[in-house]
Design a protein around this ligand. Sequence first.
Ligand SMILES: Cc1cc2nc3c(=O)[nH]c(=O)nc-3n(C[C@H](O)[C@H](O)[C@H](O)COP(=O)(O)OP(=O)(O)OC[C@H]3O[C@@H](n4cnc5c(N)ncnc54)[C@H](O)[C@@H]3O)c2cc1C
Length: 512
Amino acid sequence: MILLEAGGPKTNAKIQALYEGELVDSRSHPWLHQFRVRALGGSSRIWGGRCLPFDPIDLEPRDWVPNTGWPIQYEDLLAYYPAAQALAEAGLFDYDPASALPGAPAAFAAGLETAAVTTRLERFSKPTNFWNRLGDDLTASPKVQLLLNAAVTGVRLGPDGAAVNHVEAVDRLGVKRRVTARRYVLAAGGLETVRLLLASNDVKPGGIGNDHDQLGRYYMSHTAATSGYVTFNSPPAFDYERDAEGVYVRRRLWLTEAAQRELKLLNVAFRTHLPEIADPAHKDAILSAMYLVKDFVLYEYSRKMRERPVTLTDALRHLRNIIVNPVRLARFSRKWITRRVLAERKLPSVVLGSNRNRFALEFHGEQAPNPESRLTLSSERDRLGMPKLRADWRLTPLDTESLVRAYGVLARALEETGAGRLDYDPEAVRTETIRAGAYGGHHLGGARMSTDPTQGVVDADCRVHGVDNLFVASSAVFPTSGQANPTLTILALTLRLADRLAGELAPAGDPR
Ligand SMILES: Cc1cc2nc3c(=O)[nH]c(=O)nc-3n(C[C@H](O)[C@H](O)[C@H](O)COP(=O)(O)OP(=O)(O)OC[C@H]3O[C@@H](n4cnc5c(N)ncnc54)[C@H](O)[C@@H]3O)c2cc1C
């Protein structure tokens, strides 16, 4: 096996710049060289490690969400989720607080359990950098040849377009080489995989897998923003906990499949969150310190704070918050250094309690598949001569209205169970969702899976329709986004594909 990796062992600005692209609306989507990493380990060098499986409903055709339905069954994912989770070092495949955290009350807050709203866990990887975890095995393996600084710039089909003949890769000196193999797997991330297929347009003018104008369409992320405040009548289980293996887990409120079906809503989950960090009105020494050191924090994790212009008055008010309560900050710093900076398994993020049990509310929601939300090629080229990518990411009223209605469902559940109260403004939910835009590094769709070649780019085995020896291992194949972060499902689909390929390539008589 030959593994062609565009980057090297370290990140490098010149190589990272090859990810630059064009945006139709730079307010709604991050620049394309941000929120992904072109180096060994890829974006797992900076990911947050939040692991969640898709829900069964995410794979079903839903009459209230156009263009839904996967060509595989949930069981196909379930068969690989435990192994995916082991690779991600995220513990057992158990997202039910009742069994994963025995002895603790299962619900997020006392009494808060209805047919529409329930408590689920999210699990956290260390977070695992997959190159650090697997690199030694790969380099030691006699079966794997790893080529670094080998950027694939084109997938070249044979004259009839039915199979890949070779791929072109450019080395660090700009020398172009041909690499031939029996099978080819594109695993370059959600955006770059689509770019490669689009740009490989010498035999097929629209790009590979684009005979039916599907390639680049249905480009999705997740909707995610903080809006409204939830007040609980008793202290909720809002903080990180550790399961029996020491893996960090955290509870989230999830809209059940029954509620999604009955009310015709998109999938969504809610979490308690920090108040607006940049606004010193919170009077919290920890949040003010976070704000003042924001320029030293990776852009991907400080973008929201950086968006708010700093005034001298604000800076002074933040300083005042710290001076008034240095003990709180000192205690927090000690915990952060031991549990985050020095720990191998890292505390995933800053979570703070509230004396009044009042928390800002954050959601992470499904974005409906939309053929007009798409990736195409820009007229500009990078220094290797490849056309850059152009992202035209679009929300629809279905996305925003479903969230507004989901807020209503959560508000009712809190009220009916007496667990608490949700204060929110439906208009603010809409505007915040639009303002927050596409969620960071979640690049989904663009080469969707379908049974019918006219409806997608790859088949149920992730083989590009009509191209016998070309496969995709990436979130680009997701037909829907679900509410779950993507990496666990990327891993599960990739393990499944690896099994298929091992079967195809095994000598006769050998089951693998
Ligand atoms: C800040 C941040 C936080 C995140 N947090 C989470 C989280 O908590 N949970 C979660 O599930 N997901 C999270 N993600 C998303 C997660 O990182 C991605 O889903 C995951 O890394 C995708 O894996 P991948 O292998 O498909 O792509 P990538 O990680 O992008 O890897 C692609 C690889 O292909 C190489 N490559 C690219 N182009 C070429 C080319 N032309 N030729 C050869 N090689 C090439 C790259 O160098 C890279 O090594 C986060 C992302 C970011 C940026």
